[in-house]
Design a protein around this ligand. Sequence first.
Ligand SMILES: [Zn+2]
Length: 226
Amino acid sequence: MIGAFLLRWCAFHYLKTMKEIIKAGDKYNKLTAIRFDHKKENRQYWLFKCDCGNEKVIYVNHIKNGHTKSCGCLQRERHTTHNRCYSSTYRSWASMKDRTTNPKNDRYNSYGGRGITICKRWLKFENFYKDMGKRPKGMTLDRIDNDKGYYKENCRWATRSEQQNNRRTNHLIVYNGKEKTVAQWAKEMNIKFCVLLTRIKRGWSIERALTKATQKKEVKNERERR
Ligand SMILES: [Zn+2]
């Protein structure tokens, strides 16, 4: 019993020591071992020189198992390229994914809740980025057909005004804090669909388009008042 325990204890420490064996000049990824620095809690720390020129004291095991590959410059590099290329594109993607898939999102009702979905391929940011490229300055993600979901053929980067135009004629209008299709608004405001659509296409303000009585109605209202 004690023998087996001792054997395991010895084997464990033997392997641990073996793992930590390193000599000056050994190179792991961007780091070259320079010299032993100190021991702490039975762990060996060595001084390493990174390809970028920085020197840093690092726990030997982390170097040997690949946990640490550079002085930290590698991560910094990755982060900056990531930020530079992706950040605004990434934000567009993340917000699109959230409003289509997360019922707790404020705008879920206008998206996921009414069947506006995201294609499976785009659940991964890398795929979205491959299909759409970097988000151009001043543009946002736009669906060409507003009743269809988010997938390559139905999406483009568009300016706000392009998008608003598209939204209006393509049936999504926000008025009094409610977002409805032209057809729904026409019904609610008791205007003919084609009349409302024409007004919007002519560039009327949403308020005027929705609230100005049509000529016939005016006549009717007049009559009712009499
Ligand atoms: Zn470095």
